[in-house]
Design a protein around this ligand. Structure first.
Ligand code: PMT
Length: 219
């Protein structure tokens, strides 16, 4: 029984994809549905936390009154929204699939179909979680790593580089893991530890992640 175990804590969660506009009708996006982040938000709320959920475009909804939902579109908007709240956050969990690059310029009018080839120049987006890591004072930071190869090495690299306390690895090589599915299969890494979990529903994965966070906070 986890009841009220996060009472008094503020948990900030990023969720969903970001959309980076190309022109008024097109964008660069990805397959994130927001499910993982919404499951985490609802589980944190059940445990008594005040939850700030910052989500990119997603069809997920919640009627939980303890979840303050902020909808954003692009990575830059997500970054700005996160830092409206960051000072007050005790636990930050970055489950959003943020676009690493965005079009350098957004065309004012719909791009017409003309030449056989079209080049769109992209520029690097801010890394929201890395910025959170750089500005960390008291926050406990949890990242995600979505990998397709060299999974563990890449995840541990992100744990280090982004100054995280913990990282949740999901691999697209595992059936039923990652995007869109109602299930996920994760491994959790800290600087010194590792724990592997079975394939389960995203609601159950959220329970495992928050149990792990709480076990780390008690250390
Ligand atoms: O939304 P669902 O359909 O339920 O799918 C869930 C999920 C697969 C999206 C989720 O479990 C997940 O893995 N989220 C992170 C996806 C990702 O972009 O991973 P990454 O390895 O590229 O990024 C590493 C970490 O840095 C992530 O915590 C990410 O939120 C963060 N990041 C990345 C780039 C960036 N510009 N800003 C960031 O904050």
């Amino acid at each position: 029984n986890h009841s009220r175990s996060l009472e008094g804590k503020t948990v900030l969660i990023t969720a969903g994809p970001t959309y980076e506009a190309i022109d008024p009708v097109r964008f660069i996006g990805n397959h994130s549905s927001g499910k993982m982040g919404f499951s985490l938000a609802e589980e944190a709320s059940k445990r008594g936390a005040k939850v700030i959920l910052i989500s990119g475009p997603s069809s997920q909804t919640t009627d939980d009154k303890n979840i303050e939902l902020h909808k954003v579109t692009s990575a830059k908007e997500m970054l700005n929204k996160v830092f409206e709240f960051y000072d007050r956050v005790d636990i930050g969990i970055a489950s959003a699939a943020v676009a690493d690059y965005a079009p350098k310029e957004v065309a004012k009018e719909k791009i017409k179909k003309n030449d056989d080839n079209l080049t769109i120049e992209l520029v690097k987006n801010p890394d929201i979680l890395k910025t959170m890591g750089e500005k960390k004072t008291h926050q406990f930071l949890v990242g995600f790593a979505l990998e397709t190869q060299n999974e563990e090495e890449n995840a541990k690299g992100k744990l280090e580089k982004k100054n995280l306390d913990m990282i949740v690895l999901n691999s697209l090589r595992d059936e039923g893991a990652g995007f869109k599915n109602d299930t996920n299969k994760i491994k959790i890494f800290t600087k010194t530890g590792k724990k592997e979990f079975d394939l389960k529903s995203k609601d159950e994965v959220a329970v495992d992640i928050l149990d792990f966070v709480e076990s780390q906070l008690l250390k």
